[in-house]
Design a protein around this ligand. Structure first.
Ligand code: 8X3
Length: 257
C-alpha cells in the first residue's frame, strides 16, 4: 500500500491537526519530510519525535509565514531543503469567525484568503517548476467539502476552498503535458483545532458543532492523502470527497441525541 519509501515531501501547516497526521503517515512510509509552519518550537519537537521513531527518515523544519515571505525567498525554498521534494502537500489553512458578509472582519478575511489561497499558489509555484523539469512529482491540495458547497456563515472560507478547487483543476490542465500529478482531498467534519480557531476559542460553540455524532479524525484524511500518493503513475486521483458517516452535506448532520 505504501510505496513511497525514500521519497521527499513538503507539508505546510505541519504543526497540528491534519498536517501533523499527514507528516506522521509519510514518516511511517519512509518519506523524508520538510515540515513547514509558523511556530518553530512545535516543528523542532516533531522532528525529534519522528527521527527517533523512524531513524532512516530526515525531518527538516522550516519556519515560514507565507504572508511575510517575498517572492524571491519563496523561490529559494527548494534549494534550502536537504532532499529533493517531489511530493508537495498544501495543507495550511484556516477559517476565522462565522459572521455574515455584512458584519464580518475584513482583516480576518485577508488572513484567510492569504493562507488558504496564496499559500497554495506560492508553494505550488516554488515547487512545480522543479517537478516539471524532473518530470516527476505530486501536488496534493487539502481542500474541504467547503470547496464544493456554500453554507451559512462560511462565505470567506467557502470562497477560499472553491478557489483551491479551481486552482487544483487548472494546475492539472497546466501540468497535463508532464508526469506531475495534481490531486485534492476534500473532507467534511474532522475534529481538530481547526474548529476552535474558527470559533475563536468558544468552547461551547465547538462542542455544539460536534455534538451527537462521530466526526472523522485527522488520521482519516492522512490515509486519503497516502492513497492518492501511492496510486500507480498511470493514475491521477483528482479529488477525494469524504464526509462523516452521519453527515450528508457540510451542515446536514444527524445527531443521535
Ligand atoms: C472544514 C469542514 O464542513 O466546516 O473544512 O466546511 S466544514
Amino acid at each position: 500500500f505504501c510505496s513511497l519509501q525514500g521519497r521527499g515531501a513538503l507539508v505546510t501547516g505541519a504543526s497540528g491537526g491534519i498536517g501533523l497526521a499527514i507528516v506522521e503517515r509519510l514518516a511511517e512510509c519512509g518519506v523524508n519530510v520538510c515540515i513547514v509552519a509558523r511556530r518553530v518550537e512545535k516543528l523542532n519537537e516533531l522532528k525529534e519525535k519522528l527521527e527517533t521513531e523512524y531513524p532512516d527518515v530526515t525531518i527538516f523544519p522550516l519556519q515560514l509565514d507565507v504572508s511575510k515571505t517575498s517572492e524571491e525567498e519563496m523561490l529559494k525554498i527548494p534549494e534550502k531543503v536537504p532532499f529533493q521534494v517531489d511530493i508537495l502537500v498544501n495543507n495550511a489553512g484556516l477559517a476565522l469567525g462565522t459572521e455574515a458578509v455584512d458584519t464580518n472582519s475584513i482583516s480576518d478575511a485577508m488572513t484567510v484568503v492569504n493562507t488558504n489561497i496564496m499559500g497554495v499558489v506560492a508553494f505550488t509555484r516554488a515547487f512545480a517548476s522543479g517537478m516539471r523539469e524532473r518530470d516527476r512529482g505530486h501536488i496534493v491540495n487539502i481542500s474541504s467539502i467547503a470547496g464544493h458547497e456554500a453554507y451559512i456563515g462560511g462565505s470567506i472560507y467557502c470562497a477560499t476552498k472553491h478557489a483551491v478547487d479551481a486552482f487544483t483543476r487548472s494546475a492539472r490542465h497546466d501540468l497535463r503535458n508532464s508526469k506531475v500529478r495534481v490531486s485534492s482531498v476534500s473532507p467534511g467534519a474532522v475534529r481538530t483545532d481547526f474548529t476552535m480557531t474558527r470559533f475563536k476559542g468558544d468552547v461551547d460553540a465547538e462542542a455544539a458543532l460536534y455534538r451527537g455524532f462521530d466526526p472523522m479524525i485527522a488520521e482519516d484524511v492522512a490515509d486519503q492523502v497516502i492513497y492518492a500518493l501511492s496510486r500507480p503513475m498511470r493514475t491521477q486521483v483528482c479529488d477525494i470527497i469524504s464526509l462523516a458517516n452521519a453527515q450528508s452535506a457540510a451542515r446536514d448532520i444527524h445527531r443521535g441525541d
